[in-house]
Design a protein around this ligand. Structure first.
Ligand code: SAM
Length: 271
């Protein structure tokens, strides 16, 4: 197995394989072994775990995950990295070369409780986390590195500026198990924005959580409108329905906690 990834090591590997970081694929490689270790520690990864890593890149995190003894499946969209990953990760992890966003890799999980670990490309980060929380119950824990602004949106509470649909989805499916920030200079090449690693642990969702998320999607689709306007199409007397669950018809969605959307979904189901 190869030595730990520093900026010099990553540059050397990329040069050797004739590669340049592709910005549109978010290829900012983690170039600090201490942060790699911190990500693995936040995930409490050990030899009993099955881990899915999205976007192994040059394999820095993949090798650290493999070193715990966990069974590692990695999903990488860029098959130009194949010879490089053959050198760094080799046969120690299974690597699928496909777009992780379409969730095709889920078919390769064996039904055991799985941890997802990823330094996610910023352009797919939010939707992948939300899709996994909503559609892949086998993933029990997520440890993901995201653009700080995106992480803030996932972790926001009702009333916060960053509160929106992603916060509602997290609020109804998971609890936050920790977070830490990583400055741009610890990546090669450095991104223009700061990064935050967060851990989410799946929790049992309330009945009608999915309906509640759909309501939140409708309301946040027109976040400047009052609920009585953005949700008008759902019920002939939406104002009365909102009032019956303790919501103000003139409220905007940013002040409605996840449980408020569940109460509304329950009330709608009873009509
Ligand atoms: N894990 C590595 C690290 O920490 O150094 C690389 C992280 S880099 C920010 C993101 C990685 O995700 C790149 O290797 C990129 O090619 C890959 N990637 C981008 N979009 C992807 C997608 N839709 N599906 C799978 N991998 C993707």
């Amino acid at each position: 197995m190869s030595v730990r990834h520093t900026p010099g090591k990553i540059r050397h590997l990329l040069d050797k394989h004739g590669l340049r970081p592709n910005k549109s694929l978010g290829q900012h490689y983690l170039a600090d072994p201490n942060v790699v270790d911190k990500v693995v520690r936040l995930g409490d990864i050990d030899s009993d775990d099955t881990v899915v890593e999205i976007g192994p890149g040059t394999g820095a995190l993949t090798m650290a995950l493999v070193a715990t003894g966990a069974d590692v499946l990695a999903v990488e969209i860029d098959d130009r990295l194949k010879p490089l990953l053959a050198e760094t990760v080799g046969e120690t992890a299974r690597i699928l070369y496909q777009d992780a966003a379409d969730l095709g890799w889920v078919a390769h999980l064996d039904g055991r409780s799985v941890k997802l670990v990823a330094n996610l490309p910023y352009n797919v980060g939010t939707s992948l986390v939300l899709d996994v929380l909503r559609q892949v119950p086998d993933i029990a824990t997520l440890v993901v590195m995201l653009q700080t602004e995106v992480a803030d949106r996932l972790l926001a509470d009702a009333g916060d500026v960053a509160y929106g649909l992603p916060s509602v989805v997290v609020g109804l499916t998971a609890r936050v198990g920790g977070s830490f920030t990583v400055p741009p200079q610890l990546f090669y090449p450095p991104p223009a924005v700061g990064s935050t690693v967060i851990r989410l642990d799946r929790t049992p969702s309330p009945p009608r959580a999915e309906e509640a998320m759909r309501l939140a999607a409708t309301a946040f689709g027109q976040r400047r409108k009052m609920l009585r306007a953005s949700l008008a199409g759902l019920h002939p007397d939406i104002s009365e329905l909102l009032t019956s669950v303790g919501l103000e018809p003139t409220q905007r969605p940013e002040n409605v906690p996840p449980s408020g959307f569940v109460d509304l979904a329950d009330a709608l189901a009873k009509t």
